[in-house]
Write a protein that binds this ligand. Structure first.
Ligand SMILES: Nc1ncnc2c1ncn2[C@@H]1O[C@H](COP(=O)(O)OP(=O)(O)OP(=O)(O)O)[C@@H](O)[C@H]1O
Ligand SMILES: [Mg+2]
Length: 280
């Protein structure tokens, strides 16, 4: 049994544009994530990556299909049981500032999950754990008294990570956790996530649109295209011999900073009808 098992997940949204067809964000996604493993989900903007990440955590409900965490079908849980489950399943967002309450201090933000999941903890113990967690993510203790707006982007993302790890989850969705950050900061945050994974034996679902980012951090890569997974393979195998034409296009785009890479993708898109997606 895998830690996370997604079976035939379907999610359709009413279009945000009036009169347009519904958006089929997930068209029958199946995947599994093992304990301690990093599965990267790669795909271009709009392919359904964030929808998948939110669905796995049941931050949104599926139209069809199921998500099992450690053998438990999340769809069958009461809101109360789901809340308890969230201690084990956390998320780090792309835009740290937007995901942090600007009116709470960093200490208040990071202590929130503890107050929810361990309501009997004494204030002093909460404070101790918050300071230890801030230290663990590389923030100074006095950050606890600051507001998110007083911190840099990289520090804000460290706060987002601290909030996610303080309940000691076994699984985290990382939704493009470094793409809003400066290049120099990205590597530091990736290194921190790798260390935390090692220390706490967490599994990651790492969402990205950038092959280069996930190459060093993922065990396996699932390639998403228009709401479907077209190929899943161990990272080294996917780089060495990509099966699906869309994966090949993503890889060749990675190798060149040439604006004509867009052209390569378009020529692939024209081929979609004649290719059969590999199974997940
Ligand atoms: N709440 C919603 N209402 C309507 N449409 C939505 C909603 N959420 C997502 N979508 C649509 O579903 C599709 C998939 O969106 P999603 O955010 O999952 O893509 P993504 O792969 O994460 O893209 P990006 O790389 O830009 O973050 C898009 O067409 C998006 O516009
Ligand atoms: Mg997204």
């Amino acid at each position: 049994m895998s830690l996370v098992e997604v079976d035939s997940a379907v999610k359709t949204f009413a279009s945000r544009v009036r009169g347009r067809d519904p958006v089929r964000a997930l068209r029958g996604i199946s995947l599994h994530i093992e304990e301690g493993e990093t599965l990267a989900v790669i795909g271009e903007s709009g392919s359904g990556k964030s929808t998948l990440g939110r669905a796995v955590l049941r931050l949104l409900d599926l139209d069809e299909g199921s998500v099992r965490f450690d053998g438990t079908d999340l769809g069958g849980l009461s809101p109360h049981a789901m809340r308890a489950m969230r201690a084990d399943m956390q998320i780090v967002f792309q835009e740290p500032y937007e995901s942090l309450n600007p009116r709470l201090t960093v200490g208040g933000i990071v202590s929130e999950p503890l107050e929810i999941h361990q309501p009997r903890l004494k204030t002093k113990e909460i404070r101790r754990q918050v300071l230890a967690t801030l230290d663990r993510v590389g923030l100074p203790g006095d950050a606890a008294r600051r507001l998110p707006g007083e911190l840099s982007g990289g520090q804000q993302q460290r706060v987002g990570i601290a909030r996610a790890i303080i309940s000691r989850p076994r699984f985290m969705v990382l939704d493009e956790p470094t793409s809003s950050l400066d290049l120099s900061i990205r590597a530091q945050i990736l290194a921190l996530l790798a260390e935390l994974q090692e220390d706490y034996k967490m599994a990651y679902l790492f969402v990205s649109h950038d092959m280069h980012t996930v190459e060093s951090v993922s065990d396996r890569i699932a390639v998403m295209y228009l709401g479907e997974i077209v190929e899943t393979a161990p990272t080294s195998q996917l780089f060495a011999s990509p099966d699906h034409p869309y994966t090949q296009t993503l890889l060749s785009a990675r190798l060149s900073a040439d604006p004509r890479e867009r052209h390569a993708y378009q020529s692939y898109a024209g081929d979609l009808s004649v290719t059969s997606p590999a199974s997940a």
